[in-house]
Design a protein around this ligand. Structure first.
Ligand code: ADQ
Length: 492
């Protein structure tokens, strides 16, 4: 019989920090992205530990820098040092040139280099070794995302006994796409070494189970509902759908603050008598940004009543800028924005406001609050937290959500959003027109229901659901830091 779990250890590719070169050398900033946004409120002050790569080179001296970051974060941070070769082949190579495009159904973008796979195995083993060093048998090891699918198997190979769970933040592809992966059986068998494997949606879970049938005919499934037990030969793993969410109350409360309200008013005053259409994405080819710009262009051409009456504010957060494909995308976006603005701008009206930078929280929330329409059209997305954040911040309940059918979040929000196929430019353009003309009552009814759904299933609901399935405990079982772990330290 195993000891009861007393502490949670999160393991992810990146620590929830961001290293930047400032005038006085390296500085630390809080990280961005879905995983950080999702887990930070959960770990803060609960004695948690987070293990991951700092994002820097293996000889950075991080001890002095991580100390204050750790204090501020409210949980311990243990870095995994990675060499330049490891970053190249495990992170840029296997994770971002193989798994990322394949799992987003874009297999023609994959680069299946054998040396990437070898480095993926090496780095997963390194993560396993560092996790072993900083954990005990009573800890629950919660591994995040596609960079570390092999980690439970690495722990086993090291002969280490730990209770492990895995959550995949991106989609799991259908079998006919997944089976193109040269190392498909290795990945599937590695995932079977976790005690619990979580996906964003039931569709992802179904795809995973379907793939397992390709490697074994001896499969049994027991149980019903969102978490089932899958028995493959002598392996037994629990597999579930856990749609990730946001800290709804924090978003709604902050959106209500005077600072955000004033900023929202000021930003909208600069765009008088116009409906603001908002797009917010990381720079990534899966987010469907060029297709969205084409749709806006099509809408301006076919529905001239939108000219002068709508402004598309497209925010793009720089991401993976060292990768040539992302540089190409960035150039394409500049070209498209220039082309559309060049064609339609007239005195007093510029159709697209393009912001290529990370916004601070108040500014992001102000845009969420002021936008009459949110245009969220990824080609494929594990969940998409921006859609949920927009709803939480839409305090006036007058916003319309236009949403891609291929975002995980569509499973919950499809009834009250306007659903689109992100590959269908004319369909998206029609949706923009429909949103523009939607009357006040319908906007209110739809947004009210959307907000209820997001509120009901927030980030705490998500964590509790995962932990219930993993260790039959919820967050209340992990007391605030002051109660049982008074020293906040950073270990290297
Ligand atoms: P991402 O692909 O990063 O995450 P998403 O879910 O949209 O996608 O999260 C982006 C996060 O970045 C949001 O929380 C948002 O607030 C923040 N952000 C966006 N623009 C910003 C800006 N300009 N300035 C500051 N912050 C900004 C991956 C998967 C998703 C999955 C998440 C969580 O690809 O499908 O939803 O993990 O599991």
């Amino acid at each position: 019989m195993k000891e009861p779990v007393t502490r949670i250890i999160a393991v992810s590719n990146r620590l929830p920090i961001h290293l930047v070169h400032g005038p006085d050398g390296l500085e630390i900033k809080p990280g961005e992205g879905g995983l950080v946004t999702a887990l930070a409120p959960v770990f803060r002050n609960r004695g948690g530990v987070w293990i991951g790569w700092s994002g820097g080179s293996d000889d950075d001296d991080l001890a002095g820098l991580l100390e204050p970051a750790s204090r501020e974060a409210g949980y311990r941070l243990y870095p995994v040092p990675l060499s330049v070769d490891e970053v190249c082949d495990y992170y840029y190579g296997f994770s971002n040139e193989v798994i990322w495009p394949l799992f987003h159904d874009l297999q023609t973008r994959c680069n299946f280099k054998p040396r990437y796979w070898q480095q993926y195995l090496n780095v997963n083993r390194k993560f396993a070794e560092i996790t072993t060093k900083h954990s005990a048998e009573t800890d629950y090891i919660w591994v995040h995302d596609y960079h570390l699918m092999y980690m439970a198997k690495s722990l086993r190979e090291l002969g280490v006994e730990r209770n492990t769970g895995f959550f995949l933040h991106i989609p799991f592809p259908p079998a006919d796409i997944f089976m193109k992966l040269p190392w498909r059986a290795h990945i599937l068998r590695a995932l079977l070494e976790y005690e619990l494997v979580g996906f964003q949606t039931m569709r992802d879970r179904k795809n995973f189970i379907q793939c397992l049938r390709y490697i074994s005919s001896d499969i049994r499934i027991s149980g019903r509902g969102s978490v089932v037990t899958v028995i493959v030969g002598d392996k037994r793993v629990r597999v579930g759908a856990f749609p990730i969410s946001i800290d709804y109350d924090a978003f709604a409360r902050d959106a209500e603050s005077k600072e955000v309200a004033d900023l929202a008013w000021y930003l909208h005053e600069a765009l008088p008598n116009r409906q603001v259409i908002l797009g917010v994405d990381r720079l990534d080819y899966t987010k469907g940004i060029p297709e969205r710009l084409e749709a806006f262009k099509d809408a301006l051409s076919r529905f001239p009543e939108l000219q002068g009456k709508t402004t598309l504010v497209q925010v793009v957060v720089p991401s993976r800028e060292e990768v040539p494909e992302y540089q190409t995308l960035r150039a394409e976006l500049y070209r498209l924005v220039g082309e559309i603005n060049g064609q339609f701008t007239r005195s007093g009206w510029v159709p697209i406001h393009y912001l290529y930078r990370s916004l601070d929280r108040s500014e992001l929330l102000a845009y969420y609050r002021l936008a009459e329409i949110a245009l969220i059209t990824p080609l494929k997305d594990g969940m998409n937290l921006v859609a949920k954040e927009y709803c939480a911040c839409n305090l006036e309940e007058n916003g319309v959500l236009i949403l891609s059918e291929f975002a995980g979040v569509a499973a919950h929000l499809h009834r009250n959003a306007i659903m689109v196929n992100p590959y269908d430019v004319e369909g998206m353009s029609n949706a923009i027109r429909e949103a523009f003309h939607m009357d006040r009552t319908e906007r209110h009814n739809r947004m009210h229901k959307l907000r209820e759904i997001v509120h009901h299933r927030d980030i705490f609901w998500w964590v509790n659901n995962f932990l219930e399935a993993a260790i039959a405990k919820d967050l209340r079982a992990f007391p605030a830091l002051e109660e049982y772990m008074p020293d906040i330290t950073i270990g290297i």
